[in-house]
Ligand binder design. Structure first.
Ligand code: SAM
Ligand code: SF4
Ligand code: SF4
Length: 335
C-alpha cells in the first residue's frame, strides 16, 4: 500500500465517526440549550448513515492507512444497535477501535459493546462536584452516574480508561485538582482539554481558555508532575506523570500549542460528510455516492483526492490570529 499524504505531508491515520447528532446532555461548550432546545430538529433517521454504510467507508479508509477508529457523536450510546456497528468494525485489520461517551449509559451497554469487539472507551467528566457538573452539562445527571459508567466499563474489560475534562474558566477550573486526585493511582488517565472554539454556538472567548500550563501548575502544586516524552509522532495529548508513581495525566493544548503539523485525522459526520479538520466549514459528501451505487474504487478515489488536497491547520492559524468563518458544530462532526 502506498502511503497517502496530504498537501502538508501528513498521513491519514485516524478516523472519527459521529454516529448520531443527538445527545442526552446539553454541555454549554458543545450543545448549548439555547441553540439545541426541546423540540430541536435533529437529523431524521434516513439522513444518517446506516451501520453498513459506515462500515464500508471505514473499511475503505483502513485501506488508505487508517489505524484508529473512534466512535463519537453527539452521544454515541444513544445510537440504536451500536453493538452491530462495532461488530462490523472490529474485524478490520490492524485497527484500534475506541469510543468516546459521556458515560451515563455505560452501565446498560458496556458488556454488550465489549462482547461486540470494542477495545476501549474514553469517558467525559468535567467535575466531581454535582452542582458544577449539572451546570456545565445542563442535565439532571450527576458525577456519580458517570463514575458508575466508568466502573461498568472497567468491569466489562474496556480499560484502561481515559477521562476527558474540558476546562472552562469560571465554570470548572476549580474542579481540576479534585479530578486529578480522584483518578491518581487508579490507572485511569485524565486528559484535560483546553476549551476550543468548535462550532458557532458556544460563544467561545479566548479568556475562557484555561491553558494547559495553568492546569499542570495547579495540579503540580499538590501532586508534583514530571513531563513524559510522547509515545509516538502525532500524539495529541502532552503527557505528564506523577512524581510519586501514581500514573499519568494528559493535557490537550489545541489552543495554546496547536498540533496541526502532525494531525492525521479524518472525520465522518453522522450524515456521511467527510471532514478533514475539526474546524472545517464544509466537507465532501460520501453519502450521495454511497447511495447512488458508487463502486469501492470510486469512493476510494474520492477520499484519496480529498486527503491529498488537504491543507487544514485551523488551530495554527487561530494562534496567529488568522482564523475566521463558519464552522461545523462539534455534535455533528464528533469531538
Ligand atoms: N458525547 C460524548 C462525550 O461527551 O464524550 C462524545 C462526543 S463529545 C463532542 C467528544 C468530546 O469533545 C468530549 O470529551 C467533549 O468534552 C469534547 N468537547 C466538546 N466540545 C468541546 C469544546 N468546545 N472544546 C473542547 N472539547 C470539547
Ligand atoms: Fe453531548 Fe458530549 Fe457534547 Fe456534552 S460534549 S453535549 S455529552 S456530545
Ligand atoms: Fe487537525 Fe484541524 Fe485540529 Fe489542526 S485544527 S489539529 S488540522 S483538526
Amino acid at each position: 500500500m502506498t502511503e497517502l499524504r496530504d498537501a502538508r505531508g501528513r498521513l491519514l491515520r485516524d478516523l472519527r465517526v459521529s454516529v448520531t447528532d443527538r445527545c442526552n446532555m446539553r454541555c454549554s461548550y458543545c450543545m448549548p440549550r439555547a441553540h439545541f432546545p426541546a423540540g430541536f430538529k435533529f437529523l431524521p433517521r434516513g439522513e444518517i448513515l446506516r451501520h453498513e454504510e459506515v462500515a464500508r467507508v471505514a473499511g475503505l479508509l483502513v485501506g488508505l492507512g487508517v489505524k484508529k477508529i473512534r466512535l463519537t457523536g453527539g452521544e454515541p450510546l444513544l445510537r440504536a444497535d451500536l453493538h452491530k456497528l462495532i461488530e462490523a468494525l472490529a474485524p478490520l485489520p490492524g485497527v484500534d477501535l475506541a469510543l468516546t461517551t459521556n458515560g451515563v449509559l455505560l452501565p446498560k451497554h458496556a458488556a454488550t459493546l465489549r462482547a461486540a469487539g470494542l477495545a476501549r472507551v474514553t469517558v467525559s467528566l468535567d467535575s466531581l462536584d454535582a452542582d458544577v457538573f449539572r451546570a456545565m452539562t445542563d442535565s439532571s445527571f450527576t458525577p456519580a452516574d458517570v463514575l458508575a459508567g466508568v466502573d461498568a466499563a472497567l468491569a466489562a474489560g474496556l480499560g484502561p480508561i481515559k477521562i476527558n475534562c474540558v476546562v472552562r474558566r469560571g465554570h470548572n477550573d476549580g474542579s481540576v485538582v479534585a479530578l486529578a486526585r480522584r483518578f491518581h493511582g487508579t490507572g485511569c488517565v485524565v486528559r484535560f482539554i483546553e476549551y476550543m472554539d468548535v462550532g458557532d454556538t458556544n460563544e467561545w472567548r479566548r479568556d475562557d481558555v484555561v491553558t494547559g500550563r495553568e492546569i499542570v501548575e495547579a495540579i503540580s502544586r499538590e501532586l508534583p508532575l514530571l513531563p513524559v516524552a510522547s509515545a509516538y509522532d502525532g500524539e495529541v495529548a502532552k503527557r505528564w506523570r506523577y512524581a510519586d508513581g501514581g500514573g499519568e495525566i494528559g493535557v490537550i493544548t489545541s489552543v495554546t500549542q496547536p498540533f496541526c503539523g502532525a494531525c492525521s485525522r479524518a472525520r465522518l459526520s453522522a450524515r456521511g460528510i467527510l471532514y478533514t479538520c475539526l474546524f472545517a466549514s464544509d466537507g465532501v459528501d460520501l453519502r450521495a455516492p454511497l447511495r447512488d451505487g458508487a463502486t469501492d474504487d470510486e469512493l476510494t478515489a474520492l477520499v484519496r483526492e480529498t486527503w491529498r488536497a488537504r491543507d487544514d491547520r485551523y488551530s495554527e492559524l487561530r494562534a496567529l490570529g488568522l482564523s475566521r468563518g463558519k464552522r461545523i458544530e462539534m455534535s455533528y462532526i464528533g469531538g
